[in-house]
Structures are given as structure tokens and as C-alpha cells.
Design a protein around this ligand. Structure first.
Ligand code: FES
Ligand code: FES
Length: 168
């Protein structure tokens, strides 16, 4: 029986079933596991990054049922049954980059690359939802993604270039 002192420390495991990058996966994880922890530590998809403890940086952004979400702010248990897309699922089998990935490379939209997976996922989500986004709308939509080393100018240019390629 839980005493009041340890009631918040005890966890149980839960079977979480997901579709990740088109493949069904499942794992028993403690019920306080964050989605980003399951993606990185259990599924070993380490392209999704953790850059903060406060849901601010966006490095952990993945697609969940067609929407970009910060996977550090989602419990794996609450994602049970979801369709998840990570940066590893964007390129084609032969290694051809997704147009948004190619645009970040071409436009020098990255320097260290730590923020880039989250930037790319958020940018694809933006293009899917607002393909005619103005420069200001692109800047506004990336407010939740923090880059600490590249000028945002090149990132915005990359999003515009990637958008054009996606819409071509
Ligand atoms: Fe998720 Fe920073 S690690 S927002
Ligand atoms: Fe280094 Fe964005 S490229 S944090």
C-alpha cells in the first residue's frame, strides 16, 4: 500500500503501442515515461533531441497524428495508438532527403544541427497547414523552436525553399 510520502514516486508500466514512421512498435514503459523518452531511449530514434526541461525549445518536435507536437510534453501512455513521425522517417529509402531537409541543407539553415530535426518537423507541419504562409507567419510559427547558433534569416529562407519544393 502506498504511504502518502511515496505515492508520487511509485510507477507502473504500461504497454504503449504506436506506429512510428509507418512501422508498428510496442513497448512496456513506466507510466510516467515521456513520449520523447520512449522515442529516444526505448526505440533508439535519437534524431529527436531534448534541448530543455521546460517545453520551450522545440528540439523534441515530432508529428503525432498529423500535427507537430513537443514530445517532451506528451506522456507516452497518452500517445498510445498514435501515428508518430520522426526525422528518421522523412528521407526516402535510397537516402534522398525530404524537400524540407534538402532546403535546410541548401540554404545553410543549420549550424550545429541540434535544433534542426524539430525545426524541420515544425516547418513541414506549417507547410501542410498553411502553404501560403508569409515570411512573418513563418517566423511566428517557429516561435516554439529555438535555435541558439544559426541566424533565423537562413532558417526562414530554408522554410520558404522547402515549401516551394514540397508544393512543386
Ligand atoms: Fe521539448 Fe525542449 S525538449 S521543448
Ligand atoms: Fe545549432 Fe540551431 S543549428 S541550435
Amino acid at each position: 500500500m502506498c504511504s502518502p510520502a511515496n505515492i508520487f514516486l511509485e510507477t507502473e508500466t504500461m504497454l504503449v503501442q504506436l506506429t512510428v514512421n509507418g512501422k508498428p512498435v510496442q513497448a512496456d514503459v513506466p507510466d510516467n515515461t515521456l513520449l520523447v523518452q520512449m522515442i529516444r531511449d526505448t526505440l533508439h530514434l535519437t534524431g529527436t533531441h531534448v534541448g530543455c526541461d521546460t517545453s520551450q525549445c522545440g528540439a523534441c518536435t515530432v508529428m503525432m497524428n498529423g500535427n507537430a507536437v513537443k514530445s517532451c510534453s506528451v506522456l507516452a501512455a497518452s500517445a498510445n495508438g498514435a501515428d508518430i513521425g520522426t526525422i528518421e522517417g522523412l528521407a526516402q529509402q535510397d537516402g534522398t532527403l525530404h524537400p524540407m531537409q534538402a532546403a535546410f541543407k541548401e540554404c545553410h539553415g543549420l549550424q550545429c544541427g541540434y535544433c534542426t530535426p524539430g525545426m524541420v518537423m515544425s516547418s513541414i507541419d506549417l507547410v501542410n497547414k498553411n502553404p501560403d504562409a508569409s515570411e512573418q507567419e513563418i517566423r511566428d510559427s517557429l516561435e516554439g523552436n529555438i535555435c541558439r547558433c544559426t541566424g533565423y534569416q537562413n532558417i526562414v529562407r530554408a522554410v520558404q525553399t522547402g515549401r516551394d519544393a514540397m508544393m512543386a
